[in-house]
Design a protein around this ligand. Structure first.
Ligand code: COA
Ligand code: MG
Length: 301
């Protein structure tokens, strides 16, 4: 459940687990459909080599057409970044009924969302889709300039539903030779990017999705890391391998104890409408706790 401020349609959009699938692999796409991810992100950016991009775009168009209809996952495409000059070609191929949204890598700020939204508008109209249907998730920390523009996503464009952050490309930008400490935690520059992504998403009233966990053969590490993500305020996470999806879903689901406490907090405030602060089991709860409790309950419907 997103923070207040996001529109109704995006509030209903579950983005807890989004699985990346290279757009040039039909085998992986077929497999990905069956793994119960909330969304699949077909990637036209880094996982498709430049000579193969045109063919991947064409294939993707036909997959989107074929997937138009009832299914329990949303269809996303990671397009190439604006500075490549080929984003428009990507959008032209994929904005069609069946597409739910695009992921914009290497975004430099809110202005890039405006630019991409303006490119989508006429394509949506031509395709006979309702204006605003195609949502945008931004990868918000992949350039140096982006780090200084994170406040510019607010007020959120109506298409913007989530911010995520990227560690791999940022390393090349700053010249870092590693992004993890010996104990597996992020080094300082990446902790900053991750935290600022959380604040930027909260500021814009959209969901914050944690970046991928690269070691896809380490399910325990992934789940522990997702517990930390959820604790810190992320509402979901990117996956790169089918086997990561179930762990992400489990880690982001509130526990029975979380739900029970949330219900008690909401009930206590409902029964005392004049109060701004209540005590339960010797602990103080006030309006931010009430908002958080409502969010927890809404996340399970
Ligand atoms: N989506 C769908 N299926 C996937 C998949 C994915 N992201 N990653 C792996 N699979 C499939 C494999 O094709 C294989 O299928 P099979 O059992 O029918 O042969 C099965 O899952 C097991 O895969 P595995 O052998 O463990 O991994 P791999 O070595 O084949 O692939 C990666 C490893 C990293 C190349 C692969 O996971 C991948 O392509 N990830 C996504 C990369 C991406 O999109 N990056 C862009 C964002 S950073
Ligand atoms: Mg990248």
């Amino acid at each position: 459940m997103p923070p207040p401020g996001a529109d109704d349609e995006s509030a209903g959009m579950r983005l807890t687990s989004l699985l990346f699938v290279p757009a040039d692999s039909e085998k992986k796409f077929e497999k990905a459909k069956g793994v119960s991810a909330d969304g699949l992100i077909l990637d036209l950016e880094d996982s498709v080599a430049p000579p193969n991009k045109a063919a991947a775009r064409q294939t993707l168009s036909s997959w989107i057409d074929a997937a138009n209809g009832k299914r329990d996952w949303t269809f996303w495409v990671r397009v190439n970044p604006l500075d490549t000059g080929i984003t428009a070609d990507d959008l032209k191929a994929v904005v069609r009924p069946g597409l739910d949204g695009i992921v914009l890598p290497k975004s430099n700020g809110g202005q890039d969302v405006e630019t991409v939204a303006a490119m989508i508008n006429p394509l949506e109209a031509t395709a006979g889709m309702p204006n605003g249907h195609v949502k945008i998730i931004v990868v918000a920390t992949e350039t140096a300039a982006a780090m200084f523009n994170l406040g510019s996503y607010a007020p959120a464009h109506p298409r913007l539903v989530a911010l995520t952050w990227g560690a791999e490309d940022l390393g090349a930008v700053i010249g870092a030779t590693a992004n993890k400490e010996a104990d597996g935690s992020w080094t300082q520059p990446y902790q900053l990017a991750r935290s600022l992504c959380l604040f930027a998403a909260a500021n814009a009233g959209v969901q914050a999705l944690d970046t991928l966990y690269a070691d896809f053969r380490d399910p325990d590490g992934l789940e522990a890391s997702c517990q930390v993500s959820r604790r810190d305020g992320f509402t979901g996470r990117l996956a790169i391998h089918p086997e990561q999806v179930a762990g992400i879903r489990r880690a982001f689901a509130p526990s029975e104890a979380d739900l029970a406490l949330a219900r008690r907090i909401v009930t206590a405030f409902d029964e005392n409408p004049g109060l701004g602060t209540i005590g339960l089991d010797g602990k103080m709860y006030d309006i931010p706790h009430l908002k958080q409790a409502r969010r927890t309950l809404a996340s399970v419907g």
